[in-house]
Write a protein that binds this ligand. Sequence first.
Ligand SMILES: Cc1cc2nc3c(=O)[nH]c(=O)nc-3n(C[C@H](O)[C@H](O)[C@H](O)COP(=O)(O)OP(=O)(O)OC[C@H]3O[C@@H](n4cnc5c(N)ncnc54)[C@H](O)[C@@H]3O)c2cc1C
Length: 597
Amino acid sequence: MPIYKAPVEDVLFLLGDVFQVGRYDHLPGFADASSDVVAAILGEAAKFCEQALTPLNRTGDIEGCTRHDDGGVTTPTGFRDAFKQYAEGGWMGISAPAEFGGQGLPETLTVAVNEMLVSANMAFAMYPGLTQGAIAALIQHGTPAQKATYLPKMIEGRWTGTMNLTEPHCGTDLGLLRTKAVKQPDGSYRISGTKIFISAGEHDLAENIVHLVLARIEGAPAGIKGISLFVVPKFLGSADGSLGPRNGVACGSIEEKMGIHGNATCVMNYDGATGWLIGGEHRGINAMFTMMNEARLGVGVQGLALSEVAYQNAAAYAKDRLQGRALTGAKSPGQAADPIIVHPDVRRMLMTMRAFNEAARALVLWTALQADVAHRSGDGKARAAAEDHIGLLTPVIKGVLTDQGFANTVLAQQIYGGHGYIAEHGMEQFVRDARIAMLYEGANGIQALDLVGRKLPQDGGRALRTFFGEVEAHVKAQQRNPVMKPYVDPLATALGHLQQASMWFMKNAPINPDNAGAGSTDYMHLFGLVVLGYMWCRIVEAANARLAGGDGDAARMKAKFVTGRFFVERMLPETATCLARIQAGASSTMELPVEAF
Ligand SMILES: Cc1cc2nc3c(=O)[nH]c(=O)nc-3n(C[C@H](O)[C@H](O)[C@H](O)COP(=O)(O)OP(=O)(O)OC[C@H]3O[C@@H](n4cnc5c(N)ncnc54)[C@H](O)[C@@H]3O)c2cc1C
């Protein structure tokens, strides 16, 4: 059975040394999150993930979810108990506002915990993950009455949430959406239509399920501008706050799918269900964006989390499996063969995963800190800068971390050789589970287009310029430091490639928009390499400071230098290839007529 050890020490190093989280103590909730408190919370989360969730990952995959004739859905054995533990542990609301029963701690902490949950059991983690997204949307866009009705129960983990966008004919292009909402004299709406692929749409983990549903009010304009968001609970409330009658929404079927079998992916039929508007008529897409941004970061974390757990298992296997001899002479002469970790090609795969994981974790936590600033700072300028950061980096995190996260699960499987293909080892499950993260929450091609088409030009390119400025300043400050030079020089080259690519789009996209479309995925990955390279420079700088301070954990810090060097020497140079592909333009991609395919 696969193993998992939560990366608590690495998170503490990133928060304390790299991002010096103490600098955020002026934000509400941060002073309560002293390093001792954070270490204790992460330690508890690690225990829950390692001991309760990891053992359910494979059994949940085998058993899957079952829909019954009455439309009810049973989750795999053990999920109910685990969810009860999760709710009783207060994990759903560690960062939710205290006024609704949360603990008000930084969102950054929730993000760190969520990585562990997903590594341990992605299918399980999606039930609370979607609920946290729905909580965020209700906090930002719900009326006071809606907040009072739903938030305390969702934060307590008694009720869960879902997100209902997709319809059979309408995925990426939400403007095609047909689900209908008809206004009633009491101000509520009757919602009718079919939603597909709804994660956690029905299950047996909670007393009630709060569906957030995109629908078109009768007579609304066509397209994306005519969409509104509604809250539609599975059970309607009674006047005394207890659960009332069943609403007109039911699970018609659950999908047979490639992975995440423990999470119920449902067809949801809305048949005159009662719902209430959230965030104003025809303003649904704005409200949904809150959930989508939250969810996109969460999906990026899924890529990292699966890469991490796959790496841990591959590393353990590589130390154990004996095949062949090291090229430089036997390393275990007393045994029939050397462990495969001696082979450079196996090391290449391990180091690729490791170098990605540690920098991706830094990127995720850095961005989560910006989310805390955006939601909690009293300084308007700081909030705006944090929003810029999140807007620019969300598509990069979602697209790059899930593309590379999936690729890394395949690398980990490769390290197992043929045994990686055999279900018993659990590696093929990681591959299957990781695959979905590239598809949902906006397929990765759409993330790349969002980055190139919306985020780059937004506000005259302000966010991009700020990002370039920050990386340039870091390079300049460190270039004369002999320890940092081997890291910042390649970063400067990679940044130059990103700047050239940005300029190329500015010049060539207006001539032919396909030039931007054809290069967008390469641009997203080029961006990802630069930002991960920047994270490595920050990590190495902090590790160097720790070593200079006579840190007791010298081996772990020294490993950061080597892993960072692997990244800048062997992964970062890919930026040149990305740039060359972008500068090739769209013609060879688009020239063949449709009939030729
Ligand atoms: C397991 C699972 C769970 C899910 N959970 C949820 C959920 O909880 N709630 C929910 O609402 N939905 C959910 N989804 C739906 C998911 O978000 C959609 O499948 C996804 O957004 C893509 O939509 P689609 O499948 O219709 O693909 P399409 O929109 O048909 O896209 C097909 C391909 O065309 C590309 N494409 C489309 N338009 C463009 C364009 N303009 N430019 C360039 N390329 C384009 C896409 O990138 C993609 O590669 C889930 C899906 C799955 C499989």
